[in-house]
Write a protein that binds this ligand. Structure first.
Ligand SMILES: NC(=O)c1ccc[n+]([C@@H]2O[C@H](COP(=O)([O-])OP(=O)(O)OC[C@H]3O[C@@H](n4cnc5c(N)ncnc54)[C@H](O)[C@@H]3O)[C@@H](O)[C@H]2O)c1
Length: 434
C-alpha cells in the first residue's frame, strides 16, 4: 500500500521564487481547528494551480498574547525542520512585521482586537486574512479598505460557512432560480458553556455570542440573497457568563430586515448562545430554515446523517453528532492521514488567491489580477459593508440595553452610509454613523 509520504509525492516541488511566507496572529481555538492544519499540510504539499504552477507556503512567524502555545508548536515544527519566530505582547504584531519577511498575515485574535492588528498588517503592505467578524464598526471597515487600496494588497475575511457544501447547494438553487424570492428565515448556532466559561474567559467581558457567531449567518444571508439591509433589532439574556446587569451576554436574538429591488422585504431571525450544556450531543448545534415564494430549505447539523456512540467517549470527549465537513481527521483510502474540510479549504483558497495575484502572470498585469481577486464578494473586505453594519447595530443595541435603554432598533440608510439608533419614547434617533 502507498504510504502517506509516497502519496504526497504527487505534489510537484515549488519553484524557489514561488514561496509565500506567512505570519499568524493568535494561537487559540480556531488556530488549532483550521490554520494549524492548513500550514502543516502546506509545509508538505505546495499549492498548485495551472496558472501559477506550484507555490510553497511557509509559516515563518507567530504573534500571540503570551507566546506559550506558540513555543510548543514551534518546537514540533523545528523537529520537522521548519523555523518559526514567536513574538508576544506587548507589541507582538509590529515586532513580527519589523523582523519577519512575511507576504501575508492571518489575524485570529478575539474580535474586538482584530482592527489594530489588521491596521498594522495593511500599513506594512502585507496581504491580510482576518477571522469573522472582520471588524466591529463601519469606520474601522472604511479605514482598512482604504489601506488595502493604498498598499495594493488583498484583505479577505474568513467566512467558511459559505464553503460548506450544504450552503453552496442552497446558493446554487438560488442562483439558478429554482428557489425564488426568500421571504423569511431562521438560523441558530449554539455553542457549549465551556466556550464562554473556559476557552474565551480571558476576553469574554463585554462581548456577546451574536457578534461571535451570528455573523456567519449574516454573511450567508447577505451573500446568498443580496438585497439592502434596512433594519436591525436585537434582544439578549444575561446572568450566566457574567452579572445580569452587565454588558456580557449569554445569548442573543438578532432580527435583520432586508429590502430587494422589486420592493419586497424579507426578515431573518438569528439566535445564538454560548451557554448550551457541555453534554449536549451536538457539537456546536446549527440550524437554518429559509422560506421562499415557491419552496423551503431546512438544514440541521444533527441531521447530516451521522450519529456515533463510543463507551466512555461520547458525548463529552467526542461528540455524538459529527460535522465531518468542517475540519476532521481522515485516513484517506490511499493511506494518507490528514485533516480536511471547509474550515481549512477557506484558508487554502485565500493562499491561492494571494499566489494568483503574485505569481500568475507578469508584474505589469498584477493590478488586473489584484482587482479580479478583490471582486470576489464572498470574502473581500470591501463586500463586508452590510455585515459590519449589522454587527455595529447589534453591538449598539445590546450596549444601550445594558445601559438601561432596552428594545432599541437601528435603521440602516443608503449603502450602510447612515446608522440611526431609535429608542422607545425618545423622539430623536442617535446617529451611530453618518
Ligand atoms: N471561522 C470560525 O468558525 C471561527 C471559529 C472560532 C473562532 N473564530 C474567530 O477567530 C478569532 C479567535 O477566536 P478563537 O476561538 O481562536 O479565540 P481564543 O480565545 O481561543 O484565542 C485567541 C488567541 O488570540 C491571542 N491574542 C489575544 N490578544 C492578542 C493580541 N493583542 N495580540 C496577539 N494575539 C492575541 C491569544 O493569545 C489567543 O491565542 C475570533 O475572531 C473568532 O470570531 C472563527
Amino acid at each position: 500500500m502507498m504510504n502517506s509520504s509516497q502519496s504526497e509525492s504527487f505534489s510537484p516541488a515549488p519553484r524557489p521564487d514561488q514561496v509565500l511566507r506567512a505570519g499568524m496572529v493568535g494561537q487559540g481555538m480556531i488556530w488549532d481547528e483550521t490554520y494549524r492544519q492548513f500550514f502543516d499540510t502546506a509545509a508538505r504539499r505546495p499549492l498548485y494551480n495551472p496558472q501559477f504552477g506550484a507555490c510553497g507556503v511557509d509559516l515563518v512567524a507567530i504573534a500571540s498574547r503570551t507566546g506559550l502555545r506558540a513555543e510548543r508548536y514551534i518546537q514540533q515544527a523545528y523537529a520537522r525542520g521548519t523555523k518559526i519566530q514567536s513574538f508576544a505582547e506587548p507589541g507582538s504584531v509590529p515586532q513580527m512585521l519589523r523582523s519577519g519577511d512575511v507576504d501575508f498575515v492571518c489575524v485570529a485574535t478575539p474580535d474586538d482586537r482584530h482592527f489594530e492588528a489588521c491596521r498594522q498588517v495593511l500599513s506594512a503592505g502585507k496581504h491580510l486574512l482576518v477571522e469573522k467578524p472582520s471588524v466591529l464598526t463601519l469606520a474601522e471597515l472604511d479605514e482598512l479598505n482604504a489601506l488595502a487600496q493604498e498598499h495594493n494588497v488583498l484583505t479577505k475575511v474568513v467566512y467558511h460557512k459559505l464553503l460548506d457544501p450544504d450552503h453552496k447547494k442552497l446558493r446554487t438553487l438560488v442562483v439558478d432560480h429554482d428557489l425564488r424570492h426568500v421571504n423569511n428565515g431562521y438560523c441558530s448556532l449554539l455553542e457549549p458553556k465551556s466556550i464562554s466559561g473556559n476557552q474565551f474567559s480571558e476576553w469574554i467581558s463585554g462581548r456577546n455570542p451574536g457578534t461571535y457567531v451570528a455573523v456567519h449567518y449574516i454573511k450567508l444571508i447577505d451573500f446568498t440573497f443580496g438585497g439592502r439591509l434596512k433594519t436591525v433589532q436585537c434582544t439578549g439574556q444575561r446572568g450566566l457568563v457574567s452579572a445580569a446587569d452587565s454588558n456580557t451576554w449569554d445569548s442573543a436574538q438578532l432580527r435583520l430586515i432586508y429590502e430587494y429591488d422589486d420592493g419586497r422585504e424579507a426578515a431573518f431571525d438569528i439566535h445564538t448562545s454560548w451557554v448550551t450544556p457541555d453534554n449536549f450531543p451536538g457539537y456546536v448545534e446549527q440550524e437554518v430554515q429559509f422560506r421562499f415564494d415557491n419552496g423551503i430549505w431546512l438544514g440541521h447539523s444533527r441531521r447530516r446523517g451521522v450519529e456515533l456512540t463510543i463507551e466512555e467517549q461520547t458525548p463529552l470527549a467526542m461528540k455524538t453528532s459529527l460535522n465531518n465537513h468542517y475540519s476532521t481527521e481522515f485516513v484517506e483510502p490511499w493511506g494518507e492521514r490528514r485533516k480536511r474540510g471547509y474550515g481549512i479549504e477557506a484558508i487554502a483558497r485565500f493562499a491561492h488567491e494571494v499566489a494568483y495575484v503574485e505569481f500568475a502572470g507578469t508584474k505589469e498585469d498584477r493590478s488586473a489580477r489584484l482587482q479580479e481577486m478583490r471582486d470576489l464578494a464572498y470574502n473581500d473586505l470591501s463586500a463586508d459593508r452590510q455585515v459590519v453594519a449589522a454587527v455595529e447595530a447589534m453591538e449598539a443595541i445590546l450596549s444601550a440595553a445594558a445601559d438601561g435603554l432596552p428594545d432599541c432598533l437601528v435603521r440602516v440608510e443608503g449603502n450602510a452610509e447612515r446608522l440611526l439608533l431609535f429608542a422607545p419614547g425618545v423622539a430623536e434617533p442617535k446617529v451611530l454613523r453618518g
